[in-house]
Design a protein around this ligand. Structure first.
Ligand code: TXA
Ligand code: MG
Length: 358
């Protein structure tokens, strides 16, 4: 099957909506990353998402909707805190876990009693959802384990021939996936940091907790790759099944270097020099402000340190870019974990397989 490339025109979105209704897979842009969509109420179509991505079947999907009416058809109850968050942040990059109705196929939720739901704010996504008339299950449109796609070209890189169509809406805005928040517990718990930050949630509903596994070192590693991570015994298991898989990873071995800005930079340069002296092709993942200060085999900047939105926006593109070069090792700068920085560092740690120089 050839993948049809579509634009965001009315006519093309109609075509994409029709494909979804027919049980086909359609990749489409959202304000976070591109999604790989299928009719969420069609278990056979949903099954194809897992096959196309090579995604483990125990990892549940997010259901995308265009209206409050659709929400009522998918969940049994919406707690008060969730109502407030919906009013404030939908449409937008906030996914809520809610108790599911039996109409939602188990394949979507991997058998869990909750379903993850979000209303995306990207106009093409919203129009597509409206035109299709069905809720759309959509994980990020990458092959499992690869960085999420922020451009239609990334989708084709990974899934050419596996999906009926891809709607090209240009580069996505936020660049990292939505915040996943479990609102069935009290206080609500962040399972994945994203575009709606912890600070924004706290301001809206007061107390918010965070899945303890987000801060731990090895809980996320595939056991077969855990290697020297010896402290697995008491590690909490992440509550979002997807967070336990190694993810977003470039092919090169990536290290995150911590420390104050100047110190970080000196440390990175020393590590690069040493690595290159050992005959290893070595790159640096940095920001616009500092890129001219390094000597390495390849220096890639993702955004400006002074504007974290730009770093989030370019992170996955930068990781994919390294894959097109012979670089074998990457040293990366780190960022303060406030605001969007929490999501950026979460994804970078996963990409680095938790290799940190501190
Ligand atoms: O921004 C986004 O959220 C993008 C765009 C396409 O909307 N989608 C996305 O989907 O990132 P995906 O499948 O790559 O990530 C969904 C995450 C996974 O970590 C999954 O384990 C978790 O949400 N999740 C989904 N349903 C869940 C549930 N019922 N309980 C716990 N975690 C759940
Ligand atoms: Mg994903």
């Amino acid at each position: 099957m050839d993948t049809v490339k579509l634009t965001t025109s009315e006519h093309d979105l109609e075509r994409a909506a029709k494909l979804l209704r027919q049980g086909e897979l359609v990749a489409f842009p959202t304000e976070t990353v591109y999604g790989l969509g299928a009719n969420a109420l069609d278990a056979e179509a949903v099954k194809r998402i897992f096959a196309a991505k090579g995604r483990p079947s125990d990892n549940p999907l997010i259901v995308h909707i265009a209206s409050r009416q659709q929400l009522a058809e998918l969940v049994t109850h919406v707690p008060e805190a969730a109502e407030r968050l919906i009013d404030l942040f939908w449409p937008g990059p906030l996914t809520l876990l809610l108790p599911k109705r039996s109409e939602v196929p188990d394949r979507v939720t991997a058998g869990l009693p909750t379903v993850a739901i979000r209303m995306p704010s990207h106009p093409a996504a919203l129009h597509l959802l409206e035109k299709s008339g069905v809720p759309v299950a959509a994980p990020s449109a990458n092959r499992s384990g690869r960085p999420s796609p922020t451009e239609a070209a990334h989708v084709l890189e990974d899934l050419q021939g596996e999906v009926a169509a891809v709607v090209d809406g240009g580069t996505t805005g936020i660049g990292v996936e939505s915040t996943v928040l479990d609102v069935t517990v009290n206080p609500p718990m962040i399972l994945r940091p994203g575009g709606v930050t912890r600070e924004m949630l706290q301001q809206a509903i007061g107390q918010v907790q965070e899945d303890p596994s987000l801060r731990s070192r090895s809980a996320d590693l595939d056991p077969s790759q855990a290697g020297e991570a010896s402290d697995t015994a008491n590690e909490p298991v992440p509550r979002a099944p997807g967070m336990k898989y190694r993810h977003y990873a470039p092919k090169a071995e990536m290290w995150i270097v911590e420390g104050e800005e100047d110190e970080q930079r000196k440390r990175i340069q020393a590590l690069v020099d040493q690595s290159r002296a050992n005959g290893i092709q070595t790159g640096v993942l940095t920001t616009e402000e500092q890129k001219h200060l390094y000597h390495a085999d390849l220096v890639i900047a993702c955004g400006r340190r002074s504007e974290p939105e730009t770093v989030a926006g370019e992170l996955y593109r930068a990781l994919r870019q390294f894959d097109q070069t012979p670089v074998q090792r990457i040293y990366a700068e780190s960022f303060p974990e406030t605001g969007l920085g929490a999501a950026i560092m979460n994804r970078m740690r996963k990409a680095a397989g938790y290799r940190v120089v501190s």
